[in-house]
Write a protein of this length. Sequence first.
Length: 191
Amino acid sequence: KVPLSLQILTSPNPVLFGGMIPVQGTLSGTENAGRAVVLQANQFPFTAGFQNAPVNPELTTATGGFSFLLPGLTQVTQFRVVTTTNPPVISPVATENVAVRVTGHLGRARRRHFARAYGTVSPAEDGMKVAILRIAHGRGVLVGGTVLVHANATSSRFSRAVPVKRGVYRVLVQVTNGAQVSNYSQPLLVG
């Protein structure tokens, strides 16, 4: 008889703020089919301990597989899966990062050969640094920076005039609060 053991995986990592995350895994060992497993979560700052996630328990497949789909992730979260057996079998912890959602745009500026980089970040991350980068040879070259200012209860905003020439630009928002992680905007093209 092979003892039961659990393995889990979260993907993609990071997930965008408010996004949906699948937690998949396998229960291995003798009599691993048809077993009830429960998803547990522990959100940043990880002081509350693991609680049952707001999803239904799952029964393992004939090969011991299972999958949970968790919507609306807003903070870096630790996950584990636990069997309902006595004693319970507990999986290793998987940490899922949550990246801020960055929307960037390039608009006209008053000065010649300049553009205004502007956009929003969700959730609100007032005071965090913003770097405007020109992508050259696969690397980001800093062309300007600013800090996020308050837009509303759910988002922050930024705006900065930067020198531009033809090429691809991206906005990097650097987050240091621990609840979310840094992220880039979509590529912005100057033709």
